[in-house]
Design a protein around this ligand. Structure first.
Ligand code: GLA
Length: 381
């Protein structure tokens, strides 16, 4: 795949030191994040784009939604491609994005009927997905302009993103102060550290909604990508994609990704759980559970380019969404429309609807506590 024009310009302007070994470009160091104006919101608020590079990984992040607008990694022959779906223009992100590349909060995935009770008090959240609340409600963290602070620390480069959500926003109790750190390490890993504090008891479940296509965005289906998920169970859902509360075994079902399997292999097997979601759109219960340090969750590999993504997380769950609702109406930077299954999401998280599921690991955050989770994306080829 040809790098797009923007990429070429960014690479040249950065004067990146690179050495060529048998056709493979090796980055020799991190690059200080570079800021540029990406666009303006209707009310005149400026949205900036930040470009950073380290260890052979190139990342472009928007202050709007903390959106990963592009993430470029080399294939086995050293050829770069943007492996994350997105748009060229801010207007598309504002008007029609299905959470492309965005930070998700206050609550990743769904809360049934947008309702929950905490400490005896009932809360009604913003409902934006049928009768349910999805990804924080109508104006979630994906639609906020974050304060962004660049850093270079030792061999690392990165961005700190800050957002304060006021008490009652989207129906959630408590003023939530959120800090998300995106770090590119010298090995080219993209690490996300999430932190949040509150002044009233609340629920929190932050994640990142990158749509991956390791062959390059706009290159067609991800059904040939091989996926491994380190989970023996998943959380089946009702027709509205709300977990029933059951933890079902994956053995003998299309949901078994314990060994590497092409995403498309079982996607057309008749299974009631694949019907409502029109494919995979479920939470896998990671065997490692909640961990103090990031533990292995999933591996994604594109056999054609050789590009691989490994995800490690402190979180107990992983939402694997096979891009089922992409319907050809959205066009990416490559100029090609995204059809069903042209990209997939692997969202590390606590389980959907946890505030209404007493048996699921708790998502409650209280004053004096700090919410802290980490997810690391490592790339190979
Ligand atoms: C998550 C949800 C999906 C869908 C996408 C965005 O993955 O689980 O159902 O909402 O986000 O379209």
């Amino acid at each position: 795949m040809e790098p797009n024009r923007r990429t070429v310009i960014a690479g040249a302007a950065a004067g990146m030191a690179a050495i060529t070994l048998g056709g493979t470009a090796h980055a020799t160091g991190g690059r200080k994040p570079v800021k540029s104006l990406f666009g303006k919101l209707a009310d005149g608020t400026k949205v900036h784009s930040w470009s950073l590079e380290n260890g052979g990984t190139r990342l472009e992040v928007l202050s709007y939604g903390g959106i990963v607008r592009s993430l470029e990694i080399p294939d086995r022959r050293g050829r770069y491609a943007n492996v994350s779906a997105g748009f060229d223009d801010l207007e598309d992100y504002v008007a029609r994005s299905p959470y492309f590349g965005a930070l998700i909060g206050r609550y990743g995935n769904r809360i049934g009927k947008g309702r929950f009770t905490l400490d005896g008090r009932a809360y009604q959240l913003s409902v934006n997905d049928g009768e349910n609340s999805l990804h924080g409600g109508a104006q979630g963290f994906d639609k906020q302009v974050w304060d962004v602070e660049p850093f270079t620390e030792g061999p690392d480069v990165g961005l700190r993103l800050y957002h304060t959500s006021v008490d009652g926003e989207m129906g959630y109790p408590g003023t939530l102060r959120t800090k998300v750190t995106y770090t590119l390490t010298r090995h080219g890993d993209w690490r996300i550290d999430y932190e949040a504090t509150t002044d009233r008891a609340t629920v929190v479940n932050l994640t990142s909604h990158v749509y991956w296509n390791l062959a390059g965005e706009g290159s067609g289906t991800i059904e040939d990508h091989e996926l491994t998920i380190a989970a023996s169970r998943y959380t089946p859902t009702d027709a509205g994609l709300i977990p029933t509360g059951e933890l079902a075994g994956v053995a003998g079902t299309p949901f078994d990704f314990r060994r590497a399997k092409p995403v498309g292999r079982d996607i057309r097997v008749f299974h009631p759980q694949l019907v409502a979601a029109q494919g995979f759109d479920h939470n896998w219960v990671l065997d490692k559970g909640v961990t103090a340090r990031p533990g292995h969750a999933a591996t994604l590999r594109d056999p054609t380019s050789g590009r691989t993504l490994r995800i490690a997380t402190t979180e107990p769950g992983l939402q694997f969404y096979s891009g089922n609702f992409l319907d050809g109406t959205l066009t990416g930077p490559s100029g090609r429309a995204y059809r069903q299954g042209d990209a997939l999401c692997l969202e590390t998280q606590h389980f959907p609807d946890s505030p209404n599921q007493p048996s699921f690991p708790s998502t409650v955050l209280r004053p004096g506590q700090t919410y802290r989770t980490t997810t690391i994306h490592s790339f190979g080829r």
